[in-house]
Design a binder for this molecule. Structure first.
Ligand code: ZN
Length: 198
């Protein structure tokens, strides 16, 4: 197999050298409404990995990133909790394109060996307008209109690949709160500053 980034031989989707050079977690924190959002990477430094979701390679890349970064982070978070009750992972819109959903990869591999429970396909957008490159005003005027079909009264972590303006996470969390879902925090791979090329 080959490294997604440098094309050298690698067992994993990303080789050790490229992990060292490009994938050092920064753990960037933002507040969106009342939700804390934690991101592993700066979007612009990791854009080739994040944008792999637009290609078939993204299947391997997101599996790798989720196993390498998301699952261990969630595992140590769960171990830090006093109260042991089920903690669910909810992806923000597991929309399938090119045969897979990058967010579903995050939910699936983020739950493996982490102690969290994957809750697939319960938070869907009725409106799939493209936000890429759009202003905050456009995003606010064209809400995703999420609907939630999972259980009420649960504890959860929200997952998405990127936070940009935060409008998506804010809208998703509002819908979940109506179902009394206690969101511990949202976790994204990348943090992008508002409105620039995403
Ligand atoms: Zn490499």
């Amino acid at each position: 197999m080959r490294c997604f980034s440098c094309n050298n031989f690698s067992i994993d989707a990303v080789c050790k050298n490229c992990i060292k050079d490009f994938l050092t977690p920064e753990m960037i924190k933002r507040e969106v409404g009342n939700i804390e959002v934690v991101s592993f990477f700066d979007y612009y430094l990791t854009v080739e990995f994040i944008k792999s979701k637009y290609t078939t390679s993204g299947y391997r890349v997101y599996k790798f990133l989720s196993k390498k970064f998301i699952a261990p982070f969630i595992k140590s978070y769960i171990e830090s909790l006093d109260e042991q009750k089920p903690l669910y992972l909810i992806g923000i819109d597991e929309n399938i394109s090119r045969g897979y959903s990058n967010v579903a990869q995050m939910v699936h591999y983020g739950s493996k060996k982490s102690g969290a429970v994957a809750l697939h396909n319960v938070l869907k957008a009725k409106n799939r307008v493209k936000y890429a490159g759009k202003s905050l005003e456009f995003r606010l005027n064209n809400p995703r209109n999420f609907y939630y079909s999972g259980p009420d009264n649960i504890d959860a972590i929200l997952l998405d690949d990127t936070i940009t303006t935060g409008t998506t996470i804010e809208e998703a969390s509002r819908v979940l709160l109506e179902h009394n879902v206690n969101i511990h925090f949202a976790l994204t791979l990348a943090n992008a500053k508002e409105g620039i090329d995403y």
